[in-house]
Design a protein around this ligand. Structure first.
Ligand SMILES: Nc1nc2c(ncn2[C@@H]2O[C@H](COP(=O)(O)OP(=O)(O)O)[C@@H](O)[C@H]2O)c(=O)[nH]1
Ligand SMILES: [Mg+2]
Length: 373
């Protein structure tokens, strides 16, 4: 499978040193939740591999089938509706395009993206003298794919030569930031990377507690301070700990904020700035988490967060809970920021590297994955 995570860390994986961690020295004002316990054995994600407990890790084929199942709401609202429309039509006419337009907009592709797709489709029908509606299916699939692929260009990131790779996670309340951090941590751990989590969401004690739970699940340390602490100070000290503890990855959770809350957005800038002062280049990734169920509002969130702190990657959550997964194409077209991950459930494994081909195939059906184990 493609994807940022694998590409980026593949080099590191080959030379991975033993992943045992030095115990952290708790800094004066912070506590570190727990000392690191022995790191679990690395389990390959791809290929059906049984671990020592006899548990089978899903192979590519079943991973693909699972993705396809989780996207079933969008599949029904977009692809099944297109298929039903085409089945009932004998020719490609203006009515058919009108109905297609309604389907695409309902699936949250957005007006502009929908119009562009339909204009292109009309041209293709003319150019290739298509007359059978079913031939249009392949055209639409290809167009959606090309929109989504546009944003995969900068998906590869470079790990810093020394020091931890720092990810700052931002977004509005409830989009799934903390959950996504938990899932990403699991991915890093599986590839042998050591991870330090940072609770810079200091507004609510519950937020810190939630990150601690994900820390426990993943068996990683969580840096935190008291409720109401200055999030920049938490992040500043955490970078020290990340460097001193020789961590591969530091992931900073931030409080949810509305993109319209000017002071809170300024605070994000500050968190970013202080980390950069402590460690040149940090944060290396500013990951904006977007909730796919919020529809077009996700686009305006992304624009404002991008203007404020400069977003380098996106995680799109809750694609399992929406019929409006067409938002993926719209996001790629409107923003040009790569989608790194998609969330397809609430569990630790319910996160995928975003692979445009796989995503489109999961929606439209394709046998290239399903033939494999
Ligand atoms: N179905 C589904 N729920 C998700 C997904 N990601 C997060 N959630 C849920 O969304 C809710 C808010 O998540 P949380 O991580 O607390 O959001 P935060 O406020 O941005 O940190 C929780 O109930 C999560 O379980 C996803 O991909 N699919
Ligand atoms: Mg949170």
């Amino acid at each position: 499978m493609l994807g940022w995570f694998k590409k980026k860390f593949s080099k590191k994986e080959e030379t991975a040193a033993p992943v045992e961690e030095l115990p952290l020295e708790p800094a004066a004002e912070e506590e570190v939740l727990e000392q690191q316990a022995p790191v679990e054995e690395v389990v390959a994600v791809e290929g059906a591999v049984a671990d020592e407990k006899g548990l089978k890790t899903p192979g590519l084929g079943s991973m693909f089938r699972q993705l396809s199942t989780r996207l079933s709401l969008t599949k029904e609202s977009l692809v099944y509706r297109i298929d039903t429309l085409f089945l009932g039509k004998k020719e490609i006419d203006a009515d058919l395009f009108d109905e297609l337009e309604e389907i695409l907009i309902t699936a949250d592709l957005g007006i502009n993206t929908t119009m562009e797709i339909l204009d292109d489709a009309r041209k293709r029908v003319k150019r290739d003298a298509l007359s059978d509606p079913k031939e249009l299916r392949a055209v639409l699939k290809e167009q959606l794919r090309s929109f989504i692929i546009q944003s995969d260009t900068s998906a590869e990131l470079v790990m810093p030569d020394s020091g931890p790779f720092v990810i700052m996670v931002v977004g509005v309340n409830g989009v799934g930031k903390t959950t996504t951090i938990g899932k990403i941590t699991n991915k890093f751990k599986k590839s042998g990377q050591s991870v330090l989590l940072v609770a810079a969401d200091t507004f609510r004690a519950a937020a810190v507690a939630q990150l601690k739970i994900w820390g426990e699940r993943n068996n990683v340390n969580v840096v935190h301070q008291h409720e109401g602490a200055d999030p920049s100070a938490v992040a500043f000290d955490a970078i020290d700990q990340g460097v001193a503890g020789n961590y591969d990855v530091v992931i900073v959770d931030t409080a949810g904020r509305l993109h319209t809350q000017v002071n809170l957005m300024e605070e994000l800038k500050k968190i970013k700035r202080v980390m950069g002062k402590k460690l040149a280049g940090a944060p290396h990734e500013i990951l904006l988490v977007l909730d796919a169920t919020t529809g077009q509002n996700a686009i305006s969130q992304a624009k404002l967060f991008n203007e404020t702190v400069g977003i380098t990657g996106l995680a799109l959550t809750k694609l399992d809970g929406t019929a409006k997964g067409g938002i993926v194409a719209n996001i790629c077209r409107e923003l040009g920021i790569p989608i790194r991950f998609i969330g397809i459930g609430e569990q630790i494994d319910d996160l995928r590297d975003f692979d445009p081909d796989e995503f489109i195939d999961a929606l439209f059906g394709e046998d290239s994955y399903t033939n494999q184990q």
